[in-house]
Every structure is written in C-alpha cells, then in structure tokens.
Design a binder for this molecule. Sequence first.
Ligand SMILES: C[S@@+](CC[C@H](N)C(=O)[O-])C[C@H]1O[C@@H](n2cnc3c(N)ncnc32)[C@H](O)[C@@H]1O
Length: 247
Amino acid sequence: MSEKTTHFGFQDVPESEKAGRVRGVFGSVASKYDVMNDAMSFGIHRLWKDAMMDWLAPRAGQRLLDVAGGTGDISFRFLKRAGSGHATVLDLTEPMLVEGRKRAEAAQMQDQLDWMVGDAMALPFADNSFDVYTISFGIRNVTRPQEALNEAFRVLRPGGRLMVLEFSQIPNDLMQWAYDLYSFNIIPRMGQMIAGDKDSYQYLVESIRKFPDQETFLEMVRAAGFENAKYRNLSLGIACLHSGWKI
Ligand SMILES: C[S@@+](CC[C@H](N)C(=O)[O-])C[C@H]1O[C@@H](n2cnc3c(N)ncnc32)[C@H](O)[C@@H]1O
C-alpha cells in the first residue's frame, strides 16, 4: 500500500517526510528568524502576539507549554505578563531553541524556562500537566494538526486554556489578491536578502495558503474536546487567534 501524502507548501510529500523538511526550513533560518519576522511583517507580528497575551491574560504562577515555541517569543511575553510562572518551550528544531536560550540568558530569565526538542503530535508529558498551552505560527507546519490539538487537550489540566495564533484567510478577494502579490513576490526575496534562503520563505507563504480557514479550524479545536471555542481575526484575518478551554 502506498504511503499517505500531505502538503509541504504547494508540494505533495509522503507524511513521513514532512517533519524532516520542516526541520530543514527552520534549522536554516534560525539565526535570522527574529530579524526576518520584524522585516516581513513590518513589526506587526509583535502586535498580534500582544493581542494573544491580552486575550490569554496570563496569571502569576501559571505553567505554560509553548509548543513550536521556536526562539521563545510567546513564552517571554507570557512570563513578563504573569510576573511569575514557568514556561516549557518545545520545538522540533533544535537551532531555534538554541537562539531562544541565548535570549533567555540575556534577559536573565533562564530559571523560568525549559527548552525541549519534541513533536507537537506526541508530547513527552503526562496528562493534565499544564495550565496553558500555546502554539504560535506553528500548527500549520505540523503534519497532522488534529493530532497536535488532541495532544494539547490531553496535557492541559481540567480548567486549562488553549490558544493558537496562526495565519488565516482574508474574507475579501481584493485584499487577498493584494496580500498574495506582496507575500509571493516580496517575502521570498526578503528571505534571500536577510536569511540567505529564498526557498524557506517560499515554503512559508505557500503553507499559509494551505492552512484551513477560521471556521474549519474552529471545528478542529472543538473536535479535540475544547469547550467555549472561539476565534478573533487579527488585521482582517491575515492572522487569527483561536481559544478553547478544557472543562
Ligand atoms: C514560524 S516558527 C514559530 C516560532 C514562535 N512560536 C513564534 O511565534 O515566533 C514555527 C516553529 O514551529 C516548529 N515546528 C514545526 N513543526 C513542529 C512540530 N510538529 N512540533 C513542534 N514544533 C514544530 C518549527 O521548528 C519552528 O520553530
């Protein structure tokens, strides 16, 4: 029997190959990842991440699991807002975590953070271990996103909160056209100039187009078992926050 395939950007690849390719992308751009985020979004990703924190409202002492946490952007914000607490940053790509650890040392926050290599679809944690689960610009890279959501539900304690930040779909054809023009023509070129890697940023823009729209993803969040699931569009749907509770 032939193996199931999935998308890697606009290419079809065997499911077993996707994680390795994704690791290749983020391993290649890790040292320039933070600079590129600011450049290609004109800094707007910071506003989206702040909006995520506004809705999440971190509280003192909470234990966060930040999956696909990369260089730790979400965890740093969470800990600063919470005042005290602990974050575990888990990511498939070690070089991203290495960059994050350097940031933690510079900010003297290493005691509040753990950095672990792992896969969102098979989390190395016991059931009911965390108060909050976040995944920011990560889930569209996961081979089977529904499995990642099921795992999020499993490791959250009852009363725990899921929040997903991801690129989404703009419900307006003209704006989508303008956005595509920018993302398909400019972002890969910026990737070449800043990170010396056009292909990785070509993958990034293609993967955005393959990700489910807001309503479809909301159903996936509910299917994992989350209650009171809702979403909020950011910048007219360029990005979107999905929230759910394990009751
Ligand atoms: C675009 S970065 C996001 C980093 C960070 N969360 C942020 O918002 O800036 C995507 C990250 O997802 C990670 N990733 C992709 N697939 C993953 C998986 N199956 N499990 C864990 N991490 C994954 C990549 O290694 C990469 O570091």
